[in-house]
Write a protein that binds this ligand. Structure first.
Ligand code: ADP
Ligand code: MG
Length: 396
């Protein structure tokens, strides 16, 4: 089939031809945005799930919805080695300039800029160019203590008041939220706590790997009260079939049932894999309808492509010790495993695994779905590890 007309779109953040199976979350977001805009309290949302399930495209979809309903938005992608303060300051500056352009006589936007100026001044690092255009006296004592857990809430309140002043609303969108430190997450949670108490028109929407198990004490109980955590996962067999069938149909091509069933069997309904199989199968097919045989032939091309583009890029960033840890985990089969069992499989003491486990979490390879358990952040990574290291050797 003509590759130019191929409707499927495998790739991180690539919008799918059809966003299937996410209506309940979209509806929840619509209500949240509507309520916050009218200054009614509602839990903020953090979309959580494994890599490749469609969190980013869903978050982007919700952002478009917010813009359409009159929100001013900023969208941030957290990163392994970027601190929250400088990252968010840059975006909030643009946002305040935006709000400043809306006609109005209040002085809350000016104050927002002064508070932001103070916030930036107190950051331990210098932020290139962020202060340019901010030729305003920093407000003293609002958000300049240097302690993020105090400053960020005050800054968010100032921004929320600026939005309220201009009869507008602000949406802060953060992807890959798991990369923030415990302290940074704590500050974000405290900030949303303060904003919600004052019923300001500011909403936070995030996406990432599950963060709740990483939080401790007060932050954790606040997070549970202030946020909802919709679990974004694989699609059901029906939805997976729809995600493949309908875009093909729109391009005048049918897919036979056994072909759809085979793709579901191989992908387990994970969106990234559905797009990849759909894409390759389309290119290989010579005529409509697409049959089981075409899917089987495409599989031979898909697996090495996935290995190369999806799995291998993550694998190549690992040290030998980290690879061994993951290989032992894969050896235990799919699903979550106790660190103790991984240590046993490796033939080492569990206490010796602490550092390597911490590094793997930091690199976003594994996460803790529940206390003491470890799981892969990438679906089907266990199968990849078996392909990458066919013969596994214990240390002892
Ligand atoms: N609901 C969906 N139905 C079909 N395909 C989807 C869906 N959501 C995402 N995808 C596809 O899955 C892939 C990964 O999406 P992405 O948003 O980058 O995932 P994540 O952010 O969770 O890693 C993309 O190719 C995208 O087109
Ligand atoms: Mg993503």
């Amino acid at each position: 089939m003509d590759p130019i007309k191929n409707p499927f779109s495998p790739g991180a953040g690539f919008p799918p031809p059809e966003l299937v199976g996410r209506d309940p979350v979209l509806e929840q977001a619509r209500i949240l945005l509507g309520r916050v805009k009218q200054k009614r309290s509602e839990k903020s949302m953090l979309l959580t799930g494994l890599r490749g399930v469609g969190k980013t495209v869903l978050l982007n979809g919700i952002e478009r919805m917010a813009i359409k309903s009159g929100y001013h938005t900023i969208s941030i992608e957290a990163h392994e080695d970027k601190a929250l303060g400088p990252l968010i300051a840059q975006h909030l500056r643009t946002l305040l300039f935006d709000l400043n352009r809306i006609a109005g006589i209040g002085d809350k936007v000016k104050r927002g800029l002064a508070v932001l100026r103070g916030f930036i001044g107190a950051l331990k690092v210098t932020v290139n160019d962020v202060t340019s255009g901010l030729d305003i006296e920093p407000e003293k004592g609002a958000a300049d203590s240097g302690d993020l857990e105090i400053d960020l809430p005050n800054l968010f309140v100032a921004i929320g008041e600026a939005a309220e002043d201009r009869k507008s609303a602000v949406g802060i969108f953060i992807d890959e939220i798991q990369y923030f430190s415990q302290k940074e997450l704590g500050a974000l949670i405290m900030a949303m706590h303060k904003v919600q108490q004052r019923q300001l028109p500011l909403v936070l929407l995030g996406a990432g790997l599950p963060i709740l198990p990483c939080l401790a004490g007060e932050s954790k109980s606040y997070a549970e009260r202030l946020f909802s955590f919709p679990d974004i996962g694989a699609l059901s067999e029906n939805d997976a079939a729809k995600a493949l069938r309908e875009p093909a149909q729109a391009a005048g091509v049918a897919i036979k049932r056994p072909a759809l069933q085979e793709i579901f069997r191989l992908t387990k309904g994970y969106p990234y894999f559905l797009q990849e199989w759909g894409y390759q199968t389309w290119n290989l097919a010579t005529a409509s309808p697409i049959t089981l045989e075409t899917v089987q032939n495409a599989t031979a091309a898909v697996i090495p492509r996935l290995d190369r583009n999806f799995f291998r890029v993550r694998y190549d960033r690992l040290t030998l010790g980290e690879k061994n840890f993951l290989r032992a985990m894969a050896d235990l089969g799919p699903g979550a495993h106790r660190t103790g069992n991984i240590a046993e499989r490796l033939g080492v003491k569990v206490t010796s695994l602490g550092p390597v486990r911490a590094k793997l979490i930091r690199k976003g390879m594994i996460y803790s779905p529940a206390h003491g358990d470890m799981a892969f952040t990438v679906p089907l990574f266990d199968e990849f590890m078996m392909r990458a290291i066919p013969a596994f050797k214990r240390y002892n």
